[in-house]
Design a protein around this ligand. Structure first.
Ligand SMILES: Cc1cc2nc3c(=O)[nH]c(=O)nc-3n(C[C@H](O)[C@H](O)[C@H](O)COP(=O)(O)OP(=O)(O)OC[C@H]3O[C@@H](n4cnc5c(N)ncnc54)[C@H](O)[C@@H]3O)c2cc1C
Length: 421
């Protein structure tokens, strides 16, 4: 094939990128493109902008980094705005491309896009984002176990993690116009100033992701105590903070995995180093659950088809959203989210449980607020965890968090609440 389109989605990296490798293997030249999809900049049914300022900034930084890397390889990145189903066929015509190569996505909306494109084009999709390739698990995807432990045990026993694909030496493209990464105002958004109380000054892009990996393992050895610190609330190193880079693919889970193995061989192997792999399997698990259940992850009764009548009280929801419920642990966490786009895992579990079990509000509205605000929003992890919190997901028990008890346990001296309230 002479020319192929390489459509970047949540795989914003040149290393360990199966779609890029396949495109380079199949075609003499490629047209790398990223489409800023207008639909993700609009408001959702609850009135929240789907991509809020923190994730948007992270995305624009990630695109700048990707474009720089492509330019170093003698190529470039086309940046378009609109809808992929319209833009990609136009590009395919313009460059007489034989096929479109891209990373596979797993949620309903993204699959709909794939179907629309595949109707008229040779669309070739590759599994870039899960740690464990769906061809390597010992069960059919639609037979994914409904309990995480069963999934994890099977995967740990039978699946090998594939080696990471090296970065290509050169990337040949036809002559491409230079399309700059848009600014905030180009996209009609306002930049939000950074809050210095945030856990980390997150910066998008593969270089910053690499630096973070390097720091967490080799620079600080924080990974060697992860299991003890992972329920922390303040500061950069209580947990990996890999999630924003993993979410848009400027970090590869396989690279993290193999780097962890190297660390285990060269420095130390303990419960903590294992536990990061364990958490990466949770990330995979929600992708497999989404592959199995499709649209159900967005239904009020979730994958359990539960019949629940959720309340919808805007006033109560607004208080939760703004950190004004009167529950100081919930409020501190919600303010951190609003001011920084990040919240710890401990915080997320508590605020979600509070919204669903204390306020009895629709878990999907909480999930949508997270979607808008989170710098690390990932459709499968977000809706999967929210279903879990709402008692309509993969948890056989309907867990309720006692937020007062949790605050006493995880914020004994009140430092976290003092920081944010
Ligand atoms: C209600 C709710 C919503 C969430 N929404 C998201 C989301 O949109 N995007 C997202 O990446 N994570 C989400 N999580 C999971 C988890 O809170 C974050 O992945 C984690 O806090 C990110 O910080 P970290 O990278 O330091 O995590 P670490 O504790 O260092 O974990 C390492 C990696 O493992 C993965 N991981 C850890 N815990 C989970 C989990 N429970 N589910 C899935 N993957 C996990 C992440 O990729 C993370 O980067 C959500 C959790 C809850 C309870």
């Amino acid at each position: 094939m002479k020319t192929a389109i390489l459509w970047f989605r949540n795989d914003l990296r040149l290393y360990d990128n199966p779609a890029l490798k396949a495109a380079l293997d199949a075609a003499e030249e490629i047209v790398p493109v990223y489409v800023i999809d207008d639909r993700y900049l609009e408001k959702d049914r609850w009135g929240f902008v789907r991509t809020g300022p923190y994730r948007l900034q992270f995305l624009l930084e990630s695109l700048t980094d990707l474009k720089d890397h492509l330019q170093e390889k003698g190529a470039n990145l086309l940046i378009k705005r609109g809808t992929p189903e319209v833009i990609l066929p136009e590009l395919a015509r313009e460059y007489q491309a034989g096929a479109i190569f891209a990373a596979k996505e797993y949620a309903h909306e993204e699959i709909k896009m794939e179907k629309a494109l595949a109707d008229n084009h040779d669309l070739r999709l590759f599994h870039s984002s899960p740690l464990v390739h769906p061809d390597d698990v010992p069960f059919a995807v639609d037979k994914t176990p409904d309990v995480f432990t069963a999934f994890r045990k099977k995967v740990e026993k039978y699946a090998e993690i594939r080696p990471a694909i090296p970065t290509p030496g050169t990337v040949v493209t036809p002559g491409l116009p230079d399309t700059p990464v848009p600014t905030y105002s180009d996209l009609g958004m306002e930049k939000v100033p950074a809050d210095e109380r945030g856990v980390l000054a997150f910066k998008g892009g593969a270089v910053a992701g690499d630096d973070r990996l390097d720091h967490y393992l080799w620079g600080s050895d924080a990974v060697a105590t992860y299991k003890e610190t992972r329920n922390g609330l303040i500061g950069a190193d209580y947990s990996t903070k890999f999630s924003p880079w993993l979410a848009n693919g400027s970090m590869s889970p396989r690279t993290i995995y193999h780097e962890l193995e190297r660390y285990e061989q060269e420095v130390t192997k303990n419960k903590s180093t294992y536990w990061v792999k364990f958490e990466l399997l949770w990330r995979d698990y929600f992708k497999y659950v989404t592959m199995k259940y499709g649209r159900k992850i967005f239904f009020p009764g979730g994958i359990q088809d539960k019949s629940v009548s959720w309340r919808n009280n805007d006033k109560q929801f607004g208080k939760w959203q703004n950190g004004e419920t009167g529950d100081d642990f919930v409020d501190a966490n919600m303010r951190e989210l609003k001011k920084t786009g990040f919240m710890s895992n401990r915080g997320r579990q508590n605020v979600a449980s509070y919204l669903v079990h204390q306020l009895k509000q629709d878990w999907r509205k909480g999930a949508a607020w997270f979607e808008s605000q989170l710098i690390d929003y990932d459709v499968c992890s977000n809706y999967g965890n929210w279903m879990y919190a709402g008692g309509v997901g993969n948890d056989p028990r309907d867990r309720v968090f006692n937020t007062k008890k949790q605050a006493n346990q995880y914020d004994k001296d009140g430092a976290y609440r003092k920081l944010w309230l």
